[in-house]
Design a protein around this ligand. Structure first.
Ligand SMILES: [Mn+2]
Length: 239
């Protein structure tokens, strides 16, 4: 049977003049298509507060994608919000931290994308730069102005990691849509990818069950099918 892959949902607060303030729960379609493309069955997981409900969500799926979205509340890594911080959505942070804990207990593989990588790092004790302008050296463009499937900066892959096995070679070019980045890497995790300016672009745990990337491979699969390997890894692990 094809594995069920849960994708954590984001929340959209309506301000288009119709039902203003109403919330919608959603994921970008690219995640769904990437999972289908590699033979998984995608399920959208809304953020819920009840612990038992989260546990039942985990039981239902064989693997998880932590998707992109709002900034992580800096309270999780012991910082006050700085002026550069974007909007936070604390309910989702709490949900995803709980989801990760339960996923670990049930040995379900996890793929984190963009914010997904960041919340994984924070949940396991790492820290973030609240904004890349706070990195104290010149950096490359991490918030590209080009379309979602246009490659921006290059990323060096660390030899011997799960990610370098998946993508092959020592370097790839990725899209880049983030204004935050990992500062302190969580204990038990290895950096598997780095931009030329030293910004962390990927992490994985030593057990090989959690993989995170800072870019958006799901937006690149049409033009760069090698990026499907990242989703193929998740579905294979989930089986
Ligand atoms: Mn980047």
């Amino acid at each position: 049977m094809s594995p069920f892959i849960g994708i954590t949902a984001s929340v959209l607060v309506r301000n288009d003049g119709w039902l203003t303030g109403g919330e919608r729960v959603y994921v970008n379609r690219d995640y769904i298509e990437a999972i289908i493309e590699v033979g998984g069955v995608p399920l959208i997981l809304p953020e819920v507060a009840d612990y038992n409900a989260v546990e039942q969500q985990v039981r239902l799926v064989d693997g998880l994608v932590f998707s992109g979205g709002y900034d992580v509340d800096p309270e999780y890594y012991g910082e006050q919000p700085l002026p550069e911080l974007g909007p936070v959505f604390p309910q989702r942070d709490q949900y995803e931290v709980t989801l990760l804990e339960i996923a670990g207990r049930h040995k379900k593989p996890v793929l984190g994308i963009c914010r997904g990588l960041q919340i994984i790092n924070v949940a396991f004790g790492g820290t973030l730069y609240q904004d890349l302008s706070l990195v104290n050296k010149p950096i490359v463009q991490h918030e590209q102005n080009s379309k979602k499937d246009v490659r921006g900066h290059s990323v060096r892959l660390a030899a011997g990691t799960v990610l370098s096995d998946i993508l092959g070679g020592a370097e790839v070019r990725t899209n880049s849509f983030h204004h935050q980045a990992i500062k302190g890497v969580a204990t038990g995790f290895t950096v598997n990818a780095e931009a030329q300016d030293g910004v962390v672009e990927g992490i994985e745990n030593s057990a090989g069950t959690i993989l995170g990337v800072q870019w958006h491979p799901e937006m690149m699969i049409g033009k760069f099918p090698a990026m499907l390997g990242i989703f193929r890894w998740l579905v294979a692990k989930a089986q």
